[in-house]
Design a protein around this ligand. Sequence first.
Ligand SMILES: O=C(O)CCC(=O)C(=O)O
Ligand SMILES: [Fe+2]
Length: 328
Amino acid sequence: MADADHPRLILHDFLSPGICKELQFIYKSCSTVGYRPNVFSTTLSHLIATNCGHLILPFISVREMLKEKVEEFFGCEYQLFIEFTGLISWTKGASIGWHSDDNRPYLKQRDFAVVCYLNTHGKDFKGGLFHFQDGEPSTIVPMAGDVVMYTADSQNIHSVDEITEGERLTLTLWFSRDSYHDEDVKLISLLSQNFLNSKEVELGWYLPLPASSDMYWFSPDTGSRHKSGFDISCARAHILGFTFYSSDDKIGSSSSDSSHDLSELLMKPLCLGREEELLEKEFDNSLHALQVFFRDAGGRILAIFSGPIGLGDSLRAEVLVLLQTPEA
Ligand SMILES: O=C(O)CCC(=O)C(=O)O
Ligand SMILES: [Fe+2]
């Protein structure tokens, strides 16, 4: 599978179907417009910044498992730091040509890449095959639970074919030998700030606070956030057959709605309707509604972490502080 010139590892069924589902839930209820056209994403810092710090819990054990595996396979035990963790979704039209993952001056700290597939080619999306330019295997067909690990340098030049249908979701991490780029340090600092601030705000501890208004606005043609398009939280609700309603109007019914007005409305209390029926429950904002939509998966997250959890991980401890705070 790997040779000295192309250090890489492919693991089948490394992530359980349960964790893939939980990460899908988090992605679907929290993602924003991403860094490239037709790409959507969410990061751990983003989850914390939007008052969803408790949703980083399912990532913690997965990150540790992956770090151990990378260190073991590439022979650098206890040397690595996680530089970045993100849920990244590529939709129709997204692709990337031949590149290495450290190919910019500001990416030189990246030593290893790990891509975990959270859904499956042919079933959830079409296109999106991963190719290595040299060495074996040359093509990877994404399957939920499978993981690919490779050095981030020019020994592993790779590309991803254009997505032609559906949405291709990955959990992507980069690892660095440079402690300056340790993601955990930044996350702990963000969590601590939130914790200190939130103590003063008794109500709404767990209610998501949407990010800046343009982060949910998607323009399919240009990738620009302000032209014609749609709000992605509205779109996710629509896919499930729901529409958002403010107290006196239907929200986001036409793409001619101004993105600014629409995003403002989606940050305020709203209700959900399906066909002729208006649901009684009022949600604090659209993200709150989306998180409740996927509550089955959400319930599982809390159940998993309500049991005893090993000590020794400062990030985990920090998140537990969050969870132990009584719910409003
Ligand atoms: O999602 C993948 O399979 C790889 C994506 C990639 O190459 C990148 O983000 O640099
Ligand atoms: Fe890449």
